[in-house]
Design a protein around this ligand. Structure first.
Ligand code: SAM
Length: 245
């Protein structure tokens, strides 16, 4: 997969050289390119923003600068299908389902806004040109820029690419996975620490008992922390034992 990130703070994306995403870049599983939006500004101050039409506080990012940048970065239609991702707190919420869908894409281009955001005509223009444009929010809060959202998207999507996470089994029982539940609590050595014991079922070596314990804790945790996830489960997802938990 190829991912391009366009930002006025390209250094903000430096963490993408680390950990599993960094390794995926080095081994060629992920072709990640970071661009400085100001390279497409035309004045000597490398201006990318201006005052909002209609008045009000703050500045808005200019469509002409973004247009030049995105025309170059998106490239020709011959380069294959590409999704333009525009992070914004007014977008649809980015979820694990979104990450799963985008992991099937060949190319993502992430346009990081700053100030009051990007002139709305930018999304409109690329939609009209047939580009898949996704305006997404990473949660109900407001950040100063789209770079943190870009980090979130690249990590959430990147770890789903085949070969990025060493053991694909790790992706199976996670929170927000196919079961629709939060993950159960996890433990490692030592079995006793600060007077706290690892639950006995996990030390039993009995696979069915461990699986039952884990499912029960996942159900309890989901009910306590995210009852909305339980409500969203299909009616036949829970068996009689699940319902007692
Ligand atoms: N005026 C905008 C609004 O109220 O919707 C907020 C602009 S915000 C200060 C600047 C930039 O930060 C946005 O263009 C977007 O790129 C990014 N951003 C802020 N919060 C975000 C969120 N929750 N999800 C995704 N991107 C976000």
């Amino acid at each position: 997969m190829r991912v391009d990130v366009v930002s006025i703070f390209p250094d903000y994306l430096a963490p993408l050289e680390l950990s599993l995403v960094g390794k995926a870049r080095r081994t060629g599983l992920l072709d990640l390119r970071v661009h400085d939006l100001r390279d497409w500004a035309t004045d000597r101050h490398r201006t990318v923003d201006d005052t909002p039409f209609g008045g009000g506080a703050g500045m808005v990012m200019r469509p002409d600068v973004w247009g030049r940048a995105l025309d170059d970065v998106l490239g020709d239609a011959d380069d294959g299908p590409v999704r333009l991702v525009i992070p914004t707190p007014s977008g649809e919420v980015f979820t694990q389902r979104t990450a799963e869908a985008w992991a099937q894409d060949e190319r993502l281009v992430i346009a990081c806004g700053r100030y009051e955001g990007i002139d709305a005509r930018v999304a409109e223009r690329y939609r009209e040109r047939g580009v898949a444009v996704s305006e997404v929010s990473i949660g109900d809060y407001v950040l100063n820029g789209g770079e943190v959202a870009a980090l979130v998207v690249v990590e959430a999507v990147g770890r789903l690419l085949p070969g990025v996470v060493g053991n694909p089994e790790s992706l199976v029982e996670e929170s927000h996975g196919a079961a629709g539940l939060l993950e159960y609590p996890v433990y490692t050595k030592p079995p006793a620490w600060e007077g706290l014991e690892v639950p006995e079922a996990l030390l039993s070596g009995h696979h069915a008992r461990i699986a039952r314990w884990r499912r029960d804790r996942a159900l309890e945790r989901t009910a306590a922390r995210r009852p909305d996830l339980l409500d969203a489960l299909a009616a036949d997802t829970l068996d009689a034992h699940d319902r007692e938990v």
